[in-house]
Design a protein around this ligand. Structure first.
Ligand SMILES: *Cc1c(COP(=O)(O)O)cnc(C)c1O
Length: 322
């Protein structure tokens, strides 16, 4: 099954009352640095602080009345769990979010505030997932996958439609890359308009599972690493159904950035643009600052995918580079 631009337009219509249309702003310092016209897509200003609410809304709105009544489950301590919990509250759906015992207390509180029921189980993401599987078997809950689902991908793709509307000259888009739902959706939306638009995925050096899977010609499993781009952690699934093939087909290049460059980019974005951006959201700017993308007078968009970072950490990083 393939995903089309029409699916993305349908998602745009479906989620219009739940997800925001975010600003696309000129980035003068980055434009001067690169010689390109650089604009930033501010998903940091999205509901819940990251783009994931788009996909979650599109997926949850497609549930049947029976599925809605039984409730849903997601496995995530981060932006996906938060998005699912947020949209479920809006729609009156019972959400169970499964996390391991290693989840920090501030994240537990954040998820509890959304009204979701938190299921804390096991010492790892895998053990938390076993619990989710049990809940599905016992109570018929529907699993909401973070990226490998056509409706999630189409929801994230609405970012591409907004970019095209606000900046029709766009020819290069830099997108943070983990499971690949975000870049796949944006690519489907943009390449249908113009296949020559370059899609560049950016991951951190440690634990870039999609990058190494593409090189190996099959989905790989890799250990998670400590990284500032914590929202890019996690695998693509050995049984990947959609995003691996979509990224293969549509993504022109994948670039890896080191930790130090991610920190520099977070500090730069705070100083120059007065925006708090999390590590995962800063990888595109990191690649530009390091000269890893050769723009050459192009019309370039950098997707700042999220801003959910511990404020003390963000300030410390900025202070160390003041
Ligand atoms: C989930 C996430 C990503 C990666 O999206 P994928 O669809 O998994 O590639 C990037 N940035 C942020 C802030 C995220 O939460």
């Amino acid at each position: 099954m393939s995903i089309t631009q029409q699916d993305v337009f349908q998602a745009q219509h479906a989620i219009r009352a739940i997800a925001r249309r975010t600003p696309l702003v000129p980035a003068e310092a980055l434009s001067a640095l690169t010689g390109a016209q650089v604009r930033l897509k501010l998903e940091t200003l999205q509901e819940t602080g990251a783009f994931k609410v788009r996909g979650a809304a599109n997926r949850l709105l497609a549930l049947t009345p029976e599925e809605r009544a039984r409730g849903v489950v997601a496995v995530s301590t981060g932006n996906h769990g938060r998005a699912v919990a947020h949209v479920c509250r809006r729609l009156g759906i019972q959400a169970s979010i499964c996390v391991s015992e290693r989840v920090p207390p501030n994240k537990v509180r954040m998820l509890e505030q959304t009204g979701a029921s938190l299921v804390i189980h096991g010492q790892s993401q895998d053990e938390a997932e076993e619990r989710a599987t049990a809940l599905i078997a016992e109570h018929g809950l529907t699993m909401i996958h973070p990226f490998d689902d056509p409706l999630i991908i189409a929801g994230q793709g609405t970012i591409g439609l907004e970019i095209l509307t606000n900046y029709p000259q766009v020819d290069t888009v830099l997108v943070p890359l983990s499971g690949g739902g975000l870049i796949s959706g944006i690519a489907v939306a943009l390449k249908a308009a113009n296949p020559a638009i370059r899609m560049i995925g950016i991951s951190m050096e440690e634990g870039a599972v999609m990058y190494y899977s593409l090189r190996a010609n099959r989905p790989l499993q890799m250990p998670e690493a400590d990284t500032l781009a914590d929202s890019l952690n996690g695998g693509i699934g050995l049984e990947n159904r959609y995003t691996y093939e979509l990224v293969r087909r549509y993504v022109d290049e994948v670039i890896l950035v080191p930790e130090e460059a991610i920190a520099d980019a977070m500090a730069f974005t705070l100083r120059e643009h007065h925006l708090v951006v999390e590590g995962a959201g800063a990888v595109g700017i990191a690649a530009l600052m390091r000269g890893q993308v050769k723009p050459m007078g192009r019309h370039l968009v950098v997707v700042l995918s999220g801003g959910n970072v511990d404020l003390a950490l963000a300030l410390r990083i900025a202070q160390e580079r003041a």
